[in-house]
Design a protein around this ligand. Structure first.
Ligand code: HEC
Ligand SMILES: [Cu+2]
Length: 476
C-alpha cells in the first residue's frame, strides 16, 4: 500500500543508511541518493504503446524526467464488428509504458483533450504520496496540469485514472504501467514486451456487433463480457503476435488493470524461468502460472528453446475461450526434436501397445559396453535371450528376414525413435510397438545391433557408432 507522508521521513532515512553501508563495499553502482535533487536539464521520457517497451536505462544517477501523457476518449474496435468508446492514456489501451530509474524526479504533465466529455486524472502506484497523484492531476476537458513525484521504490507499477466513478474509468481502459528500474537496471533480455489485461462490461453479449455501452450492473456483479489483453481481441495474434527466435531470453511486463479479476497469467508450452512476483524485487523461479492481481503486475522471463506458436492466456480458461483473453508468441528457429517431437502420422488403434511382458526395468550399464551385454540388459526381455522372440508379441531377431533386408539406417532409426505399425517378419505379421530407446548411447546401440546381426547365424556385418550418430542427427 502507499506510504503516507508520515512514513516518508523514515524511508528517506533508510535510504541514507543504505548509501552509508554501500560506501564500505566497493561497487560500480552509485547508491540511491534521494536527499539531493538531481541537477541539469530534464530528460524527456520516450513512451511506448503496447506491446512495445522503452529502451532500458543505463544512467548512473537519478535525473529529472519529463513525462507527457494525453487522455483521449476514442471509439475503438474491440472485436471484429464490436465497437466501444475507450477512455485512454495516450490513445490506446493499455496506456503508454513509462520507464524511469529509481531516484528520478518525474515531472508528469497530464493533458485532457478538448474532445473529452469527462474530467480525468492519474494515480500511479509508483508514487509515494497520498492518492498517488490523483488530486494534483485532476483536469477538465481541454486542460492540462503538471505534478512532480520522486520514484523512491524500484518495481513495475500500474497507473490508472481515479476519477469518480473510478471503476468505470478503469473499466473503460484507463490503465497502464510505469517501470522504475533499480540502479544498474534489470538483467539483459533479448526482447521485452508489454502485455496488460483488462475487462470490459458491455450492454450487449459477447460478440454482439455495433457500438456497445458500459454496463454498470455487470461491473458491480464482476461479470465481464470481455477479458482482453492489450485492449482488443486479437491485439496479439496474426501479424500482431509477439515475435522471438529460439535461444532468446524474453521478458514480458505483465499488468492487470482489472478492475475486478485476478489474472492467472500463463504461456502454453513455456515455463517462466524467473518471475518478479507482483512486480516487486524478489524472484521466484520455474513458474507455470503467475497470479497478477487487479491493479498489480508481474515481470516474467523465459528462454524459448522450441520453435512454434505459444498461446498466451488467462488460465481461468472461460476467459480465454469465451471472453477473448488470448494472445500469441511466435518463435522461429531450428526444430528441436530432442526436446519436443512433432506429431507423426496417426496409426490405427492397436489395443494395448506392448503385448506380453511390460516394459522391462532397464538396469544401468556396468563396466565396458559390449553388444551381448547391452542386448541382455535391454533387448532380451522382449526378443528373448535366444533372439527367437515371443509368438504374437515380439518378432524374432534370429534368422529374421526383416532384419536381413532392412538398411542399417532403418534399423538404427527403429532403436532411436521406436517402431510401430504393421511389419511382417518371416511371414508373420506383427502390429505392436517397440518403444524408442534414444536414451542408449550411440556406442550401446551400435554394439547391440552389431551383436544381433552377427548372432544366431544371421551373418550380417557391423554397425558403427558413427552410423548411429548420423541417423540421430538426421531424425532430429
Ligand atoms: C519392450 C519390448 C522390446 C524391446 C526392449 C526391444 N524390442 Fe525390438 N521390437 C519389439 C516389437 C514389439 C517389435 C515389432 C514392432 C511392430 O510390430 O511394429 C520389435 C521389432 C524389432 C526389430 C524389427 C523386426 C525384426 O524382428 O527384425 C528389430 C531389428 C528389433 N526390434 C531390434 C531390437 C533391439 C536391437 C533391441 C535392443 C536394443 C530391441 N529390439 C528392444 C519390442 C522390443
Ligand atoms: Cu478517467
Amino acid at each position: 500500500m502507499r506510504k503516507s507522508s508520515v512514513l516518508l521521513l523514515p524511508l528517506v532515512f533508510v535510504a541514507c543508511e543504505r548509501s552509508d553501508a554501500s560506501r564500505s563495499v566497493p561497487t560500480l553502482l552509485p547508491a540511491i541518493d534521494v536527499t539531493s535533487m538531481p541537477t541539469g536539464e530534464p530528460l524527456v521520457a520516450q513512451l511506448t504503446q503496447a506491446p512495445n517497451v522503452p529502451h532500458p536505462i543505463f544512467r548512473e544517477r537519478p535525473a529529472r524526467v519529463r513525462v507527457e501523457l494525453e487522455v483521449k476518449e476514442v471509439e475503438k474496435e474491440i472485436s471484429p464488428g464490436v465497437r466501444y468508446t475507450m477512455w485512454t492514456f495516450g490513445g490506446q489501451v493499455p496506456g503508454k509504458f513509462i520507464r524511469v530509474r529509481q531516484g528520478d524526479v518525474v515531472e508528469l504533465t497530464l493533458q485532457n483533450h478538448p474532445s473529452s466529455k469527462m474530467p480525468h486524472n492519474i494515480d500511479l502506484h509508483a508514487v509515494t504520496g497520498p492518492g498517488g497523484g490523483a488530486e494534483p492531476t485532476f483536469i477538465a476537458p481541454g486542460k492540462q496540469t503538471t505534478f512532480t513525484f520522486r520514484a523512491l521504490n524500484p518495481g513495475l507499477y500500474v497507473y490508472h485514472c481515479a476519477t469518480a466513478p473510478v471503476p468505470m474509468h478503469v473499466a473503460n481502459g484507463m490503465y497502464g504501467m510505469i517501470l522504475v528500474e533499480p540502479p544498474g537496471g534489470l538483467p539483459y533480455a533479448d526482447r521485452e514486451y508489454y502485455v496488460m489485461q483488462g475487462e470490459l462490461y458491455t450492454t450487449g453479449k459477447y460478440h454482439q456487433p455495433g457500438l456497445q455501452a458500459f454496463d454498470m450492473e455487470k461491473g458491480i456483479d464482476e461479470k465481464p463480457t470481455y477479458v482482453l489483453f492489450n485492449g482488443a481481441e486479437g491485439s496479439l495474434v496474426g501479424a500482431k503476435a509477439l515475435k522471438a527466435r529460439t535461444g532468446e531470453k524474453i521478458r514480458i511486463f505483465v499488468g492487470n488493470g482489472g478492475p475486478n479479476l485476478t489474472s492467472s497469467f500463463h504461456v502454453i508450452g513455456e515455463i517462466f524461468d524467473r518471475v518478479y512476483s507482483e512486480g516487486g524485487t524478489k524472484v521466484q523461479e520455474n513458474v507455470q502460472t503467475t497470479a497478477v492481481p487487479a491493479g498489480g503486475s508481474a515481470i516474467v522471463e523465459f528462454t524459448v528453446e522450441v520453435p512454434g506458436k505459444y498461446i498466451i492466456v488467462d488460465h481461468a480458461l472461460f476467459r480465454a475461450f469465451n471472453k477473448g483473453a488470448v494472445g500469441t508468441l511466435e518463435v522461429e528457429g531450428e526444430s528441436r526434436n530432442d526436446l519436443y517431437t512433432q506429431k507423426r502420422a496417426d496409426a490405427p488403434y492397436t489395443g494395448p501397445i506392448v503385448r506380453g511382458p511390460a516394459m522391462p526395468v532397464i538396469a544401468p550399464a556396468e563396466g565396458p559396453v559390449t553388444g551381448e551385454g547391452t542386448y541382455k540388459r535391454v533387448c532380451a526381455a522382449c526378443h528373448q535371450p535366444d533372439g527367437r522372440g515371443m509368438t504374437g508379441a515380439f518378432p524374432p531377431l534370429a534368422q529374421s528376414d526383416y532384419l536381413a533386408s532392412a538398411s542399417k539406417d532403418k534399423l538404427v532409426d527403429h532403436i532411436v525413435n521406436g517402431l510401430q505399425g504393421s511389419i511382417t517378419v518371416n511371414g508373420t505379421t506383427y502390429n505392436s510397438a517397440m518403444p524408442p530407446m534414444g536414451f542408449l548411447t550411440d556406442e550401446e546401440i551400435a554394439a547391440a545391433l552389431t551383436f544381433v546381426r552377427a548372432s544366431w547365424g544371421n551373418g550380417l556385418d557391423a554397425i558403427d557408432k558413427e552410423d548411429v550418430a548420423r541417423v540421430r542427427r538426421a531424425t532430429k
